[in-house]
Design a protein around this ligand. Structure first.
Ligand code: ADP
Ligand code: MG
Length: 196
């Protein structure tokens, strides 16, 4: 008998507004079309669409289990093993998600992970860099720079007067009112003036 094959790790990384959640939802939809059972997971900190849903900035959404700790994933998948686990906003789970994902892969489960690979001050955002290094596939997406329309690999946090905040804080939760996608040339500039 052949030994059970390990799962593959696919990572979808990029800044905010890059379409990471849309790409994750597309993959979930596609796997379900193929008749596969997919467990969709988000983090409780991501409260944009209320409880129990993952949603993209464009408004698409899917029901999801919103967890607080990475270890809850082991309980969830231990009861009834899915073919695939899709995890959004992986950065919110922090480094403890790395061994949990490894355990899922070793149990033969496919893992699709989406998350921010950079903080708003442009630093690597754990655990994404590690997951990207260990993945079988990495898709790196860019958003559109809100200043010039170029490819944006970064995002910045806006503070009250439209300036950009470069001091890190613990969480990055929010939408277009708090964050903007920026290209390399404009990642340190203040927000452009809005319509009068
Ligand atoms: P992510 O999960 O990477 O933050 P989402 O999948 O939630 O991204 O949302 C991507 C959608 O956000 C795009 O399809 C587009 O409709 C919208 N959007 C808003 N602002 C931008 C921007 N600056 N660049 C690209 N997409 C943007
Ligand atoms: Mg997202």
């Amino acid at each position: 008998m052949r030994p059970m094959e390990a799962g593959r790790l696919h990572v979808i990384a990029g800044p905010m507004f890059a379409g990471k959640t849309e790409e994750l939802l597309r993959r979930v939809h596609r796997a379900r079309l193929a008749g596969l059972r997919v467990e969709v997971v988000g983090h409780r900190l991501d409260e944009r669409s209320g409880a129990d849903r993952l949603s993209s900035h464009a408004g698409r959404s899917l029901p999801a289990r919103m967890l607080e700790h990475a270890e809850e994933l082991l309980v969830l998948t231990g009861q009834d093993r899915p073919h695939t686990v899709a995890i959004d906003e992986a950065q919110f789970f922090g480094p403890p998600i790395i061994p949990v994902i490894e355990a899922l892969l070793e149990a033969g489960i496919q893992v699709e992970v989406a998350g921010l690979c950079l903080t708003y001050d442009g630093e690597p955002f754990a655990p994404l860099p590690t997951l990207m290094a260990q993945a079988e596939e990495v898709v790196k997406l860019t958003a559109v720079c809100t200043v010039c329309g170029a490819d944006a690999a970064f995002h910045v946090r806006l503070i009250a007067d439209g300036a950009t905040a470069l001091q890190p804080t613990a969480a990055q939760v929010g939408g277009a009112e708090s964050y903007q996608a920026r290209c390399r040339s404009h990642r340190r500039d203040a927000a452009p003036p809005g319509p009068e």
